[in-house]
Design a protein around this ligand. Sequence first.
Ligand code: PNS
Length: 163
Amino acid sequence: MVTAVYPGSFDPLHNGHVDIIRRAAGIYDGLTVAVLHNPEKAGGLFSTDERLELIREVVEGIEGVSVDSFDGLLADYTREIGAKIIVKGLRAISDFEYELQMAHLNRQLNPKVETTFIMTATRWSYVSSSRVKEIARFGADVSKLVPRATLRRLNERFGTAGS
Ligand code: PNS
């Protein structure tokens, strides 16, 4: 059994994330989508509970996928749940330097875990949660970038129409 963790802030979940979840779920025996705290992204639009609820709604029906959160180091979490693999999506070379550092550090903290990278599908390679929030905040349409569940919550949060 090879189980994997797909960690992230997921504030909020967008189509690029969903693409990685589907593809990783097709590779590993089990995949946990884990909401973790990124100290570089203080605050956040949605609470951890809201993010979990949203992700659960979207991944329902994708076989082998569970959803969880953890307040601490990713390396400790992988140890706690016995995951052998960390899955990360790579959008562009600009992601690489940060992810390379994280992969090395996580392996030092837990030598039993390997980080694997899935190249984000070209059509989502320009999508990020930060840009989605920025666009939605000003009332513009993000329906092509996010799942319906995310769109509904963004519309509720920003009081915009079309949910
Ligand atoms: O979606 P993000 O914000 O790029 O995800 C980054 C995240 C949450 C996976 C990363 O910040 C993380 O692993 N946070 C948990 C704390 C930790 O383990 N930091 C790395 C120390 S080497």
